[in-house]
Design a protein around this ligand. Sequence first.
Ligand SMILES: Nc1nc2c(ncn2[C@@H]2O[C@H](COP(=O)(O)OP(=O)(O)O)[C@@H](O)[C@H]2O)c(=O)[nH]1
Ligand SMILES: [Mg+2]
Length: 196
Amino acid sequence: MKDLLKFSSVVFEKCVGFINDMPTQTLPEIVISGRSNVGKSSLLNAIFGKKLAKTSKQAGKTRTMNVYNACGVRLIDLPGYGFALASPDEKKRWSKLVEEYFETRTPDLVLQLIDSRRLASENDLQMIKFLCSQKIKFAVVCTKSDKLGTKEREINKNILKQQIYKLNEDSEHKILYTSTNSGEGIKNLKSIISSI
Ligand SMILES: Nc1nc2c(ncn2[C@@H]2O[C@H](COP(=O)(O)OP(=O)(O)O)[C@@H](O)[C@H]2O)c(=O)[nH]1
Ligand SMILES: [Mg+2]
């Protein structure tokens, strides 16, 4: 196994509101995608081992792409989708940013986050379908695993597997469970990122 990157030496590189402000794609790039409030920023902080990304109990806080650089690997916190209270204009701007991202760049890996207590939403499935169609490597990260029991996890995991199988029968991807409370899955995630 490749040595883990020194995630603690991560630096916040840029907050990007318009696609043209993205740094040139010269480094391996990992995208964190998922609905608002699924735990994207918390997960990044758990990976980094410090509170660099702003987290919030309130949904819809991140309206920009936040770019982090950990030992030459870029991690990009995408704006969360599915925030019901956003104005139509704001929603348009967020989806434009995300669309433009995928039109202009090819990430090396997408971490598609899904709340482990819920099943994949229409938006989550749309994203996974897109990733499959573009042959972009992705892993499904089920967040907040501390909030559900073993049995519930097993049931949810099977449904989730079926949901993805229906979209693409031969998609190769990992499904992992993480918790920023118990620390479950964080080491595994770090080794996945380090192997990119
Ligand atoms: N119990 C639990 N709560 C979490 C976990 N990860 C995130 N949260 C909470 O979920 C809320 C949203 O988290 P945040 O990282 O800001 O989500 P984001 O909008 O996707 O960036 C916050 O109140 C976090 O404390 C987790 O692993 N376990
Ligand atoms: Mg966030």
